[in-house]
Design a protein around this ligand. Structure first.
Ligand code: PLP
Length: 292
C-alpha cells in the first residue's frame, strides 16, 4: 500500500445546482478506502514512518468517519487499532452497518469505556477525536496545493471556496494555505463561538481564519431535518453526486442562502463521509418515506 502515500490526488469537476454552476473537489474519490477530509487529516501518519509504533489509539463516536479512516490507516501500517467509545447503540450492535461495520472488519478493537492516555507506552500513537491535531496541516496543505494547480490550469486566479465544518480544522488550514482565495464555512457541530475558538487554538492570526456563515435557526448535529434530506436528494438528482448526510445538507442550505458567493467561481469541497450515510439514510427513510 506504500504507493498510496504519494498518489493521493482528486479531480475537480463542474456541476450545476439550483441554477448555480460550481466546481467540486472530489475528495470523496481520493482513494477507494482512504478518502475525504479524514484521509487528508491523517495523511501525515500515512506518509511518514513510525518505526516504534505498534498501536494506534483514538476515541469518539461509534459511527464516525474518523474512526473508519483510522481503521484503514492502522491496517495499511500494520498497527493494532484500539478505539474507545462511550456507548454503542443496541441496534447498531445487533445490526452492524456503515463506518462501524467497516472499521470492525478492518480489525478495530472496540472498547466501551473512557480512554486513559496515561496507560499507553511509547509504542502507542494517540490521536484526538475527529483528527483535530496540528499534523492535519500536512495533508490539508497538499489539498491546497492541488487546488492551486487546478486554478492555474483553469486560469482562475481568485476563487470562493466553501466547505462545512465540524472541528473547523480542514477549513482553517485551507484558508491558511490559499491566501488568494476566500474560504467560507458554516458550523455543523457547535455554534459560531465554538468554531472561532477552534480556529484560534490552531492559528492565532485571525487574518488566516475562514469566514463563518450561519443560518438563523439553530441546528443540532446528527438530528433529522426534513430540509436536510430534501436538499440531499435534490443534490443527487441534479448532479448525480452522492454527498454526505451529516454536514453537506447544512452546508448547501447555508451556501444557497448567500448567492453572492457564486459571483466568483465557487469551489465546493466534497469531504467524503459517504460510507457513514447508511445509518442516517435508514433513519430518514423510515421517517419521511411517504412525504418528501
Ligand atoms: C469530519 C468531516 C467534516 C468536518 O471536518 P472538520 O475538519 O472537523 O471541520 C466535514 N465533512 C465530512 C464528510 C467529514 O467526515
Amino acid at each position: 500500500m506504500d504507493s498510496v502515500a504519494t498518489d493521493l490526488n482528486s479531480p475537480v469537476e463542474k456541476y450545476t445546482f439550483e441554477g448555480h454552476s460550481f466546481f467540486l473537489k472530489r475528495d470523496d474519490l481520493l482513494h477507494p478506502d482512504f478518502s475525504g477530509n479524514k484521509a487528508r487529516k491523517f495523511y501525515y501518519y500515512l506518509h511518514n514512518d513510525f518505526p516504534h509504533i505498534t498501536t494506534l489509539v483514538s476515541y469518539g463516536s461509534a459511527q464516525s468517519n474518523a474512526m473508519y479512516s483510522l481503521s484503514v490507516l492502522a491496517k495499511m501500517k500494520g498497527w493494532r487499532f484500539e478505539y474507545y467509545v462511550d456507548h454503542v447503540a443496541e441496534y447498531l450492535k445487533a445490526n452492524p452497518h456503515g463506518n462501524y461495520q467497516a472499521a470492525l472488519a478492518n480489525g478495530m478493537q472496540l472498547h466501551e469505556a473512557s480512554c486513559d492516555k496515561q496507560i499507553f507506552g511509547d509504542d502507542t500513537l494517540f490521536l484526538e477525536e475527529g483528527g483535530r491535531q496540528k499534523e492535519a496541516e500536512f495533508g490539508i496543505q497538499k489539498l491546497a496545493e492541488e487546488i492551486q494547480a487546478w486554478q492555474k490550469t483553469a486560469s482562475l486566479d481568485r476563487v470562493n471556496i466553501f466547505l462545512p465544518a465540524g472541528t473547523g480544522t480542514t477549513a482553517l488550514f485551507l484558508q491558511k494555505h490559499l491566501p488568494n482565495c476566500t474560504v467560507y464555512t458554516t458550523p455543523c457541530v457547535g455554534d459560531e463561538e465554538y468554531l472561532k475558538q477552534q480556529f484560534s487554538m490552531l492559528e492565532a492570526n485571525e487574518n488566516n481564519h475562514p469566514r463563518i456563515l450561519s443560518m438563523d435557526k439553530k441546528h443540532h448535529f446528527g438530528k433529522l431535518y426534513k430540509e436536510n434530506y430534501t436538499i440531499w436528494l435534490k443534490l443527487q438528482q441534479q448532479t448525480g453526486v452522492v454527498f454526505d448526510l451529516l454536514y453537506d445538507p447544512l452546508g448547501w442550505r447555508v451556501l444557497l442562502s448567500y448567492p453572492e458567493l457564486f459571483l466568483k467561481p465557487l469551489l465546493y469541497i466534497h469531504q467524503g463521509g459517504v460510507l457513514g450515510n447508511e445509518s442516517m439514510l435508514s433513519r430518514y427513510e423510515r421517517k419521511y418515506k411517504d412525504n418528501v
